[in-house]
Design a protein around this ligand. Structure first.
Ligand code: PMP
Ligand code: GLN
Length: 413
């Protein structure tokens, strides 16, 4: 008898992040694909975790997370957004944002329910929605400004919709939704039977003086929104996989029941490290934002000069750019060629869409040391200058970001 694994996963390819990272290693390419910093977060945080590994605790922590960490997560939400959360009722600590999202979808959406994704969407949402037997509906944003239109969202929401996934700042396009856009989302959610699962893992990585606005802070949203966070992104410790979900007790209770059978809990030493970090190392995060913004600017300017059509970037680790000035091949073929021939690995944007996607956009991760970005840019410059010599010149530079503080409404530079 043949075996019949779950088709949701059996038919899935391996995530693009692993694929491009492996290709980068194979070709000795600089990896601007998978989003991870190449400098670890503060040693003081690692010291606290290392001490706890040696001295304990080393047995199962409480299912919802160590008290110290739940307290620190609530204090952070109060400090930055004025949110009043009770550590015993409104928080679950998870194994990264990934598990927080999975537990939220599993807890809040059942068989036959609908999940609305705003595309481009992070690649873990759809398979988990599929695995719980939910139908996925999508709202597609359009480049270059990727505005979120409440009417388009309303058209995708039905009486069967149980969750709207909202990621801001948004991986891969770096959009940070404005208050006006979020008010539109809040109106749609309030009129529906859905909750919003807000993926805010890049909440502090937001540029040009913009403010991160959690949807849960908008009127009428306190009972309808859960918020996902990740220490990996805040403290440049992506391998630690400590994340959390915060929100109303009624929703957190159900999410905790999903979490208890996914992982039950996560490393106590790392939880204590993150509790320390949230209390003592937020300056690291706030400074990281400044470094990332400078990295974005460096990359944007130099890529534009090479003929990339650089799109706005308001937050996250990622800058996106159009490649039609350089090639007619698909984004994926272009990324593979660049990895092999130029020695720089990127991520094609088409993987973040479910169909009908643009295939002329690529994503650069700029959460890297300055010298690594410089080296990558020099490789790209050598490669494209050599190519341009054989074609008779580079295209004209295009930059959409930076000319207004409001939302990257700048035109062609
Ligand atoms: N959501 C988004 C948008 C992400 O980019 C990532 C990870 N890069 C995650 C969730 C997962 O976070 P974690 O690494 O903490 O699991
Ligand atoms: N979120 C990271 C990115 O977008 C990758 C995370 C992963 O590899 N699963 O690059």
């Amino acid at each position: 008898m043949s075996v019949e694994p779950n088709p949701v996963f059996a038919e899935l390819p391996t995530t693009i992040f692993s694929v491009m990272s492996a290709l980068a290693v194979e070709h000795g390419a600089i990896n601007l694909g998978q989003g991870f910093p190449d400098e670890d977060g503060p040693v003081a945080i690692r010291d606290v975790a290392a001490g706890a590994l040696i001295d304990g605790p080393n047995q199962y922590p409480p299912m919802r997370g160590r008290t110290e960490l739940r307290g620190a997560i609530c204090a952070h939400a109060k400090r930055f957004y004025g949110l009043d959360f009770d550590p015993d009722a409104n928080v679950v600590v998870t194994s990264g944002g990934t598990e927080a999202l999975t537990a939220s979808i599993m807890g809040l959406v059942g068989q036959g329910g609908e999940v609305v994704l705003i595309e481009p969407a992070y690649d873990s949402y759809a398979p988990i929605a599929g695995a719980v037997g939910a139908r996925v509906k999508t709202v597609k944003l359009a480049p270059p400004h990727w505005r979120l239109d409440a009417e388009a969202l309303a058209a995708a929401v039905t009486s069967e919709t149980r969750a709207v996934m909202l990621n801001t700042p948004l991986n891969p396009i770096g959009r940070a939704f404005t208050r006006e856009e979020l008010e539109g989302v809040a109106r749609v959610v309030a009129r529906s039977h859905a909750v919003a699962i807000c993926d805010e893992v890049y909440e502090h990585l937001i540029f040009d003086g913009r403010e991160h606005i959690p949807l849960i802070t908008l009127p009428g949203m306190a009972e309808r929104v859960v918020r996902v966070g990740s220490a990996g992104k805040m403290f440049s410790l992506t391998g630690w996989k400590i994340g959390w979900v915060t929100g109303p007790a009624a929703l957190i209770d159900v999410i905790a029941k999903a979490h208890q059978f996914i992982t039950f809990t996560s490393s106590p030493a790392l939880q204590l490290g993150v509790a320390y970090a949230l209390e003592h190392e937020m300056d690291f995060t706030l400074n990281l934002t400044k470094t990332l913004q400078a990295n974005r600017d460096l990359l944007a300017e130099r890529l534009a000069r090479l003929g990339f059509e650089v799109l706005p970037c308001e937050g996250s680790y990622f800058l996106t750019a159009g490649i039609r000035g350089l090639t007619n091949e698909s984004d994926r073929a272009f990324c593979e060629r660049l990895t092999r021939e130029a020695g720089v690995a990127l991520i094609p944007l088409s993987v973040f869409f479910s169909g009908g996607q643009p295939d002329h956009l690529v994503r650069f991760a700029f959460c890297k040391k300055r010298e690594v970005l410089e080296a990558a840019l020099q490789r790209l410059e050598r490669y494209f200058h050599a190519e341009a010599r054989s074609r008779g010149g580079l295209g004209s530079p295009t930059v959409y970001w930076g000319s207004t503080a409001e939302g990257g409404e700048g035109g062609t530079a």
